[in-house]
Design a binder for this molecule. Structure first.
Ligand SMILES: [Zn+2]
Length: 436
């Protein structure tokens, strides 16, 4: 039976992203660079809004969480301790005919799926990007681009705990780029070699980890519902033993129903005390916690909810995308949560008539410090509404000739297409209350 997929066509999302400036192919004028993408003006806003929303929910609104922003390059010992040098690899096979390379676990047959040629025996291929620090390219100067942000939370455990005096349980959050030299990539921004993560390391007393694991699984599922994603397009999936990463006691994925089928947007792992124990051993500096109540020291356990920024963004776009029948034509609309919308308010003078210009510019200047706005006076008002619908702008403000007489403007709602007319002096407060 074919796997359940989202009815939204991935091609339509890719096309919308390119046409409207959400996502471009990286280095496009040179023919592009495999699996690398650039976020354009609207994509950059959407991405920023997603990261801000995450930070607000997991750091600002909680008293048991603090954030850091660490370096991408870390001491090479970090990756020895974490197990990434020995264990973070995929089995790679190469076709002796066409020289194409595949992840052995991706292909069923003993021959090349492209040309039928003979395949080499699988060898382990480390997924970390390797480079050299400084001018000498020798083994002593090898460093790696981080394959996950998490290790910075572990190696900074003592710094953060002693400067903030947090008591267990507490978490350290971070948003940042990670790099994995994947053998196979694809499906637009879903699997790329450079990507952005939003990771929490939540430290708990040993023995309470199972209950905190359950708590975070539920909490993180609810987070995506809060992000405006439809409940029926989300599911939790438990990893079986063979799938578990080398450090994990247990793991659940939050999956989204993408056009490519159910796929992970977040993993929630119980990492036990593996990481802090390893870093204590390799660094010689004990990363433990003094429990004042029990008057004893121990190494905390950790629960890790790890979310992908790019995958969340793709899920938000797919989930919000809709084609509706409106006035005998198809209206493409992104029913995106207003808080995430790249443009919050569009200012649309009815026409380019210069009489409308001073008032329109004045309104634009008044709103701009408060909202991300867009000023558009090209083509018919109907076309302009459609353009804003397509990028998910929640409200359009229209200035017409009547406005010059009665000092009132129209606010049009993206979802209902209802319009209300209000005095200009109430515009800012009305919009503010709509967003709060
Ligand atoms: Zn081949």
């Amino acid at each position: 039976m074919p796997e359940e997929t989202n009815k939204v066509d991935m091609e339509k999302i890719v096309s919308l992203c390119k046409r409207r400036g959400f996502v471009f192919q990286s280095s496009e004028i040179y023919g592009g660079l495999a699996s690398c993408w650039d976020y354009g003006p609207l994509g950059a806003e959407l991405k920023r809004n997603i990261k801000n929303y995450w930070w607000k929910k997991v750091v600002q609104e909680r008293d048991d969480m603090i954030g850091i922003d660490a370096s991408i390059m870390m001491h090479p010992k970090v990756w020895e301790a974490s197990g990434h040098i020995s264990g973070f690899s995929d089995p790679l096979v190469e076709c002796k005919g066409c020289r194409k390379r595949f992840r052995a676990t991706d292909i069923d047959s003993k021959v090349c799926p492209e040309c039928g040629g003979q395949l080499t025996e699988p060898r382990m291929f480390n997924l970390m990007f390797k480079t050299h620090m400084g001018p000498v390219e020798d083994e002593a100067n090898v460093i790696y681009l981080r394959p996950e942000t998490a290790q910075a939370q572990f190696v900074n455990f003592d710094n953060v705990q002693s400067t903030t005096r947090k008591k267990l349980p507490f978490g350290i959050a971070q948003v940042g780029k990670s790099f994995r030299n994947e053998i196979t990539t694809g499906n637009f921004i879903f699997r790329t070699r450079e990507f952005e993560q939003m990771e929490i390391e939540y430290f708990v007393k040993p023995g309470t980890d199972d209950q905190w694991f359950d708590y975070w699984i539920q909490e993180r599922l609810n987070y995506y519902i809060g992000l405006g994603i439809k409940k029926e397009n989300l599911r939790l999936r438990q990893h079986d033993k063979e799938e578990l990463a080398h450090y994990a006691k247990g793991c659940f994925d939050v999956d989204y129903k993408f056009p490519i089928g159910w796929s992970e947007i977040e993993g929630i792992a119980n990492r036990g005390n593996f990481d802090l124990t390893q870093h204590s051993k390799f660094s010689g500096k004990t990363l433990d916690y003094f429990d004042e109540e029990k008057n004893e020291r121990y190494i905390p356990f950790v629960i890790e909810p790890s979310s992908g920024v790019d995958r969340t963004l793709l899920a938000v776009l797919v989930d919000a995308y809709d084609e509706e029948q409106a006035d005998k034509e198809i209206r493409v609309v992104l029913h995106i949560k207003p808080e995430l919308a790249p443009v919050k308010v569009a200012i649309l003078p009815l026409s380019r008539n210069e009489k409308l210009l001073p008032m329109s510019k004045q309104i634009s200047a008044t709103l701009r410090p408060h909202f991300m706005t867009q000023y558009d006076d090209a083509q018919s008002i109907g076309r302009r509404y459609r353009r804003q619908d397509e990028i998910g702008t929640p409200y359009c403000v229209t200035i017409d000739f009547q406005s010059l007489e009665d000092n009132q403007v129209t606010i049009r709602d993206r979802d209902s297409m209802q319009q209300i007319r209000i005095p200009v002096e109430e515009l800012l407060d009305t919009l503010k209350s709509k967003f709060s």
